[in-house]
Design a protein around this ligand. Structure first.
Ligand SMILES: *[C@@H]1O[C@H](CO)[C@@H](O)[C@H](O)[C@H]1NC(C)=O
Ligand SMILES: *[C@@H]1O[C@H](CO)[C@@H](O)[C@H](O)[C@H]1NC(C)=O
Ligand SMILES: *[C@@H]1O[C@H](CO)[C@@H](O)[C@H](O)[C@H]1NC(C)=O
Ligand SMILES: *[C@@H]1O[C@H](CO)[C@@H](O)[C@H](O)[C@H]1NC(C)=O
Ligand SMILES: *[C@@H]1O[C@H](CO)[C@@H](O)[C@H](O)[C@H]1NC(C)=O
Length: 422
């Protein structure tokens, strides 16, 4: 009679020792659930040798410092992963991406400053996500966009300074959201959260602790009580100087493009210049106001060709074939970006200059045809403005008519102003 018992005992022991790693206890639960209990064991890493059918893995209150792609490869059926109260400061990308059955993750009370947010993309069955009490700083706005089943999201007690509008929009099952105790920067960018929180049915606890850490004037003020901020997106107008409406210009053409912007907060201006040979970006002024000195920004080469002032003016001191191209002024503030482009083109010397001269310059349509067909074709489109200037060789328009007459360069410039909304 001892035979079968001994055999069973041996089999059970074999299964236990083979399938459950030494620091853990594996317990079979109802409804096909398999629990691996490894909490409070001073573990420094995820143990290996876990049964492959584990559905709940408890690793809370250990001394785990990092998680790797390989950490959970053995337990791809896992539905609940409890990792709170460890010392996790690094999680390798891909660690969670293959755990397609995950319903609950608790990573609270760790040292995370960053997280492989892309891993959440695959976890469409997730219902509970706890990441509170970490050091997280940046939250990509699309981080939760596939989490249709998520009910509770805890990201309180982190270092988030802002949350992008739309971050919570895709979580149609969300019923609890904890975001308090983050050092929010209460600028225009965060203003949406105030009204969203007021109107949502989602439970958002401890609202008085959802408060501003910056700016200084709002420090400590709950988000729900901040005053209305002045927030308007940039608007941009680009003008050319000399005023380019069918103007005759003489030698030494200096072209000024002035980008005037409005918006609150005051938008910052950038220029993008695309010539046939190269693209140049100028972030902010490269010349101090009322000076020709170079200070910051742009290479020496580009700075000589393009002078950008703090007041929004870009000067092309010597317009030549090399400066032909598209000039784009971009104005950005927290509320948005808007850009305006100008196409600058010079007619080459083969152009029938005489024809142009014989016509009344103020009414001639001929010039436009000869100079740039493409620009003309687009001029009928809505929101565009076509401005043409003609440049005649020095002497032809003046009484002098002397030595500079050989200059056969006729300039024709189009300001094709296209308003683009970003
Ligand atoms: C999990 O695996 C162990 C060992 O292979 C087995 O004894 C147990 O029945 C399995 N449990 C489930 C729920 O499949
Ligand atoms: C999502 O899961 C599939 C397998 O189901 C895997 O091939 C893919 O790499 C996963 N996505 C990411 C971002 O890891
Ligand atoms: C808050 O945001 C503004 C605007 O983006 C920025 O200039 C400022 O440095 C931020 N302050 C802090 C403390 O992050
Ligand atoms: C901007 O500053 C430059 C240099 O001082 C000046 O030449 C230009 O006329 C100014 N533009 C406007 C629109 O005031
Ligand atoms: C003119 O419009 C066409 C078609 O819309 C476009 O492909 C082309 O780039 C435009 N040209 C300029 C100079 O904007």
């Amino acid at each position: 009679m001892m035979g079968p018992f001994l055999c069973l005992w041996t089999a059970t022991f074999f299964v236990m020792s083979q399938e459950c790693p030494e620091p853990c206890t594996c317990v079979e639960k109802k409804y096909g659930r398999q629990l691996a209990e490894c909490a409070y064991r001073d573990l420094q890493g995820v143990p290996t040798g876990l049964p492959s059918n584990v559905t709940t893995l408890t690793l809370s209150a250990n001394k785990i410092t990092s998680l790797q792609q390989s950490s959970f490869l053995e337990v791809t059926q896992v539905q609940s992963l409890w990792l709170a109260h460890n010392e996790i400061c690094a999680i390798e990308e891909g660690t969670f991406a293959r755990l397609l059955h995950l319903k609950n993750i608790d990573l609270s009370n760790n040292q995370l400053a960053d997280f492989p947010w892309g891993d959440l993309y695959n976890l469409s069955t997730l219902q509970l996500l706890k990441m509170n009490n970490n050091q997280l700083v940046k939250l990509p706005w699309e981080a939760f966009h596939t989490l249709k089943d998520l009910r509770s999201l805890w990201i309180n007690d982190n270092k988030f300074t802002t949350i992008a509008q739309g971050t919570f929009d895709a979580m149609s099952s969300l019923s609890q959201l904890q975001i308090y105790n983050n050092p929010f920067n209460c600028t225009c960018r965060l203003l949406w959260l105030k009204s969203w929180a007021e109107n949502t049915l989602i439970s958002i606890p401890k609202r008085d602790s959802i408060s501003c850490a910056a700016p200084e004037s709002l420090r400590g003020v709950p988000l729900g009580r901040i005053p209305d901020l002045q927030c308007t997106p940039p608007s941009v107008q680009l003008t050319c100087h000399p005023n380019l409406d069918n103007t005759v210009l003489y030698d030494g053409l200096t072209l000024m493009l002035h980008c005037s912007v409005t918006g609150s907060p005051q938008p910052e201006i950038r220029w993008e210049i695309q010539t046939p040979i190269q693209g140049t970006e100028i972030n902010g002024p490269n010349v101090e106001r009322d000076k020709n000195d170079l200070s910051t920004g742009g290479s020496k080469h580009s700075a000589e060709r393009f002078l950008v002032y703090g007041n929004g003016t870009l000067v092309i001191p010597h317009l030549s074939k090399h400066e032909e191209g598209t000039y784009t002024c971009l104005a950005t503030n927290e509320v948005g970006t808007r850009k305006v482009s100008v196409n600058v083109a010079l007619a080459n010397s083969e152009n029938p200059a005489e024809d142009l001269l014989r016509n009344n310059l103020a009414t001639s349509k001929l010039g436009a045809k000869h100079c740039n067909k493409e620009a003309q074709a687009n001029s009928s489109q809505a929101g565009e403005k076509l401005v043409i200037i003609y440049r005649v060789p020095a002497g032809m328009g003046s009484s002098d008519g002397g030595t500079l007459l050989e200059s056969r360069l006729w300039a024709c410039m189009f300001c094709l102003v296209v308003f683009l909304y970003c």
